[in-house]
Ligand binder design. Structure first.
Ligand code: SF4
Length: 81
């Protein structure tokens, strides 16, 4: 069963593939204002995630060891992975 969360932050579309996440928290170390581990210790969006620099978001998604994080720009072009 797929479990995906999606949110638009700083003109980027970010998707978390929660079935793939292995809870390493790498993304959270880079962008704690955007990502957190939920009660099940799976990556989720911070409730009140606010605008964060695009470069930080892209880096946070790039450091995921299992490519559970996707970033697309407004035109739908995939930037990560
Ligand atoms: S870096 Fe990837 S595997 Fe680690 S918590 Fe974030 S989404 Fe999950």
């Amino acid at each position: 069963m797929s479990d995906t969360k999606e949110r638009e932050i700083s003109e980027l579309i970010i998707k978390i593939d929660r079935t793939t996440c292995i809870s390493t928290a790498n993304c959270i170390k880079v962008a704690p204002d955007v990502f957190e581990l939920d009660d099940e210790r799976i990556c989720s969006f911070v409730n009140h995630a606010f605008d964060t620099e695009k470069d930080i978001i892209i880096e946070a998604c790039s450091v995921c060891p299992v490519n559970a994080l996707y970033v697309l720009d407004k035109e739908g072009k995939q930037l990560v992975p």
